[in-house]
Design a binder for this molecule. Structure first.
Ligand SMILES: *C/C=C(C)/C=C/C=C(C)/C=C/C1=C(C)CCCC1(C)C
Length: 256
């Protein structure tokens, strides 16, 4: 009895009290998912449906991952050769392996990118996440930083490819789609670039901010990169279409 209540307490608060951010992350992802579902309810247009399904799945997967981390499920310890023990929430890598390709699929579909370019984007992305997981699980510090560097270089290629190649396809779409693409592109470029920094200052790297600070940082980034991204995408007239978006005149009529 006593043992299980201690276990539960440890699980819900986490190692350094970071459980609070995992709980908040779960709630924000669920709210985002619920909002997108409510918006997409009854949509019948196949292209619109595709965007809704992908964009609802993203915070949905993240919510499941956050909830499992909150219960201490995705937590493991890596003992380095130096003797330092690193607490790692590996569940986030499982989340990212699915959610980052879905985010890229969303923006690539908006840009009308061809499947070869989407394949290159997703391939680079999977390589970035897997080598990032490698960096996280290695026992030799030099190997950890080597893998971190490989993963970060892959990310820089990915971001360049997104802006240059996928951006070029976006230029052939409607004015509305182009402006949405630009906003989403910046959300990705800015928020994704902070992830390797968060890893570096967190427990996996130099441990400057502790597990508590790192969990907070990743939670803010995840909410911005998933819910913030979805919010911009699903408000765009390029996605929801002229007829369905709340146009200023329709809003004015409703107010009358
Ligand atoms: C919703 C989740 C998102 C958008 C996650 C993005 C994650 C990254 C861009 C992670 C990048 C990393 C590196 C570039 C270096 C090694 C460590 C990682 C995996 C944090």
């Amino acid at each position: 009895m006593f043992g299980s209540s201690v276990a539960l307490q440890t699980a819900s608060l986490g190692v350094e009290g970071e459980g609070i951010w995992l709980a908040l992350g779960t709630i924000l992802m669920l709210l985002g998912m619920g909002y997108f579902m409510q918006q997409g309810w009854g949509v019948t247009d196949p292209r619109q449906k595709e965007f809704y399904i992908i964009t609802i799945l993203i915070p949905g997967i993240a919510a499941a991952s956050y909830l499992s981390m909150f219960f201490g499920f995705g937590l493991t310890q890596v003992e380095l050769v130096t003797g330092r023990v690193v607490d790692v929430y590996w569940a986030r890598y499982a989340d990212w392996l699915f959610t980052t390709p879905l985010l890229l699929l969303d923006i690539a579909l908006l840009a009308d990118a061809d499947w070869r370019d989407i394949g290159a984007l997703v391939g680079l992305d999977a390589f970035m996440i897997v080598t990032g997981l490698g960096a996280t699980l290695m026992k030799i510090p030099t190997a950890r930083f080597a893998f971190w560097t490989i993963s970060t270089v892959a990310m820089l290629f990915l971001l360049y490819f997104l802006v240059a190649t996928v951006g070029a396809s976006a230029k052939e779409t409607s004015e509305e789609a182009q402006s949405t693409f630009r906003v989403l592109q910046w959300i990705i470029v800015i928020s994704w670039s902070v992830y390797p920094v968060a890893w570096l200052v967190g427990t996996e790297g130099l441990n400057l901010v502790g597990l508590y600070g790192e969990t907070l940082l990743f939670m803010i980034l995840d909410v911005l990169a998933k819910v913030g991204f979805g919010f911009v995408l699903l408000r765009s007239r390029a996605v929801v279409g002229e007829g369905d978006a709340p146009t200023p005149s329709a809003e004015a009529e409703a107010a009358d």
